[in-house]
Design a protein around this ligand. Structure first.
Ligand SMILES: [Zn+2]
Length: 124
């Protein structure tokens, strides 16, 4: 993930925003690092994902674009339309997308070992 997004910290530094507060939580400077890794909103989504998965999700700077893209969409919707989905709703969207992607990769017939976790994940 590069640092090219127009987060408020950046907009404030170049004079396009009067403040640098996170649009979502309003309690920290809105940097990319805060928005995608430290914001309480993102943390709630991660916790819900971990509960759903049953294992910890390791977050690092090299993670895919799926979850950051969802958070960025929510951040922009909050900024433009003053609407922010609950973390549980965003988590549902992420899970539905993961299920859809897995369905697209499944080779049939599904091995019996894979049926257990695919069923648990609601893919089958
Ligand atoms: Zn925040």
């Amino acid at each position: 993930m590069h640092n090219g997004l127009n987060v408020k910290d950046k907009l404030c530094r170049i004079g396009y925003s009067a403040d640098d507060r996170c649009i979502i939580c309003d309690s920290h400077s809105e940097t990319q690092d805060h928005l995608f890794f430290k914001c309480s909103y993102n943390q709630q989504i991660l916790k819900l994902m971990e509960l759903r998965c049953g294992f910890p999700i390791l977050v690092n700077r090299n993670m895919g674009t799926g979850m950051p893209a969802k958070v960025w969409t929510q951040r922009n919707n909050a900024r433009v339309n003053n609407v922010l989905l609950r973390p549980s709703k965003v988590t549902e969207q992420i899970i539905a997308e993961v299920q859809r992607r897995i369905r697209g990769k499944i080779k049939h017939p599904v091995k019996s070992n894979d049926q257990v976790w695919l069923t648990k994940w609601g893919v089958l």
